[in-house]
Ligand binder design. Structure first.
Ligand SMILES: O=C(O)CCC(=O)C(=O)O
Ligand SMILES: [Fe+2]
Length: 360
């Protein structure tokens, strides 16, 4: 089929009663067209795989030290690693994936009952109209780690209470919270900081957010993106991706590499806030999601955040070591940083974090 004909097609998976989309609305500017396919993973196979099998429920010995160091090295070099043997109950994951897929398969008018409001980006959204041009080829649900908000959302969509969707989401969030605290402690330990350096700021969960992304098959994947290039602004992301593939990470030479999905694993990546908190030691790396013609894809990103009043200031141990001998970022609170993010329509690259850079 001619490209022009494809571009004129209506996109049923994103169109609502109020707004009809055609493929052309999702075409990105040329510089952003993905040059490697969703299922090209070879270049990304160097991204480290970390296993927790030898550290879960064990005394903290030599093995623990080694895995902490490996984790830190992965985050210094790549900002990303794959986590296997993570101990999260596979039933919880299966239920979460099942319930979320069911939800995305519902008719649009039912999903729109849980639509996000204009003031707060929480709830269901078909693509992301805030982007103006360059619309993401994705349906997105964003919710805070708040049982009340999750129940309200699920009840709006399904009109019933109690509800298997909200139970699945809450169980998943709670399980990932536990895993996240383990990772934060290991990163702090591997950096030579007190183990609770990060976690002591994470006692409140309501700043933590989940984003569930579903990418329908796309008739023009060479000109569209599921999610444009961005870094995650929060501290740490635990990402679950299904077996399809589509997550790509930008290397320091600006080339893109695909992350091969491994069954029963998570992808962990460092967010901007943790980069600042570690004086740039751990890298928040730009990534994106590409789409494909044949298969729908599901990914679930869980973004950890500290309390709003937590001051993001690196530990003195990370200043003046042999790598960095000055402080790179002004201290800021997560609450202030979050406010900045809400004002921006699209987070592009690391513009938000760069505001706090101390110019040298
Ligand atoms: O779908 C993916 O693999 C990436 C998702 C992502 O980067 C995000 O939600 O921030
Ligand atoms: Fe992301």
């Amino acid at each position: 089929m001619e490209i022009e004909t494809i571009e004129r097609q209506e996109v049923a998976s994103f169109s609502t009663v109020e707004k009809k989309y055609c493929v052309k609305d999702f075409v990105w500017s040329k510089e952003e067209w993905p040059m490697i396919n969703y299922n090209n993973f070879e270049q990304g196979d160097d991204i480290p795989v970390v296993s927790l099998s030898t550290v879960m429920n064990r005394e903290k010995g030599e093995e623990y030290e080694k895995v902490c160091t490996d984790m830190v090295h992965a985050c210094e070099k790549w900002g990303f690693f794959k986590l296997i043997d993570h101990g999260v109950d596979s039933e919880i994951i299966k239920r979460m994936v099942g319930r979320c897929s069911e939800l995305f398969d519902l008719p649009m008018d039912q999903k729109m009952k849980g639509a996000r409001s204009t003031s707060l980006p929480l709830g269901y959204c078909a693509s992301n109209p805030d982007y103006g041009r360059n619309l993401p080829w994705a349906e997105i649900i964003q919710l805070l780690q708040s049982p009340q908000q999750v129940v309200t959302f699920a009840t709006k969509v399904y009109d019933d209470h109690p509800n298997p969707l909200s139970d699945a989401i809450m169980d998943y969030m709670n399980a990932l919270d536990g895993l996240g605290m383990v990772i934060f402690e290991m990163l702090a330990h591997g950096l030579g900081l007190p183990d609770d350096f990060f976690t002591k700021n994470m006692d409140k969960k309501d700043e933590t957010m989940i984003r569930i992304n579903r990418y329908p098959p796309c008739p023009l994947p060479e000109k569209c993106l599921g999610l444009g290039s961005h870094s995650d602004p929060h501290t740490l992301t635990i990402l679950l991706q299904d077996e399809v593939g589509g997550l790509q990470v930008q290397k320091s030479d600006n080339t893109w590499v695909g992350i091969r999905p491994i069954p029963n694993s998570f992808v962990i990546n460092i967010g901007d806030t943790l980069e600042a908190w570690t004086n740039g030691r751990l890298q928040s790396v730009v990534h994106r999601a590409v789409v494909n013609r044949e298969k729908k894809r599901l990914s679930i990103a869980y973004f950890f955040s500290p309390r709003g009043d937590a001051v993001i200031e690196c530990h003195p141990k990370l200043v003046g070591d042999d790598r960095v001998n000055t402080r790179k970022y002004k201290p800021f609170t997560w609450g202030d940083f979050r406010k900045e993010l809400l004002i921006q329509k699209r987070v592009q690259g690391k513009a938000a974090l760069n505001r706090y850079l101390i110019s040298s």
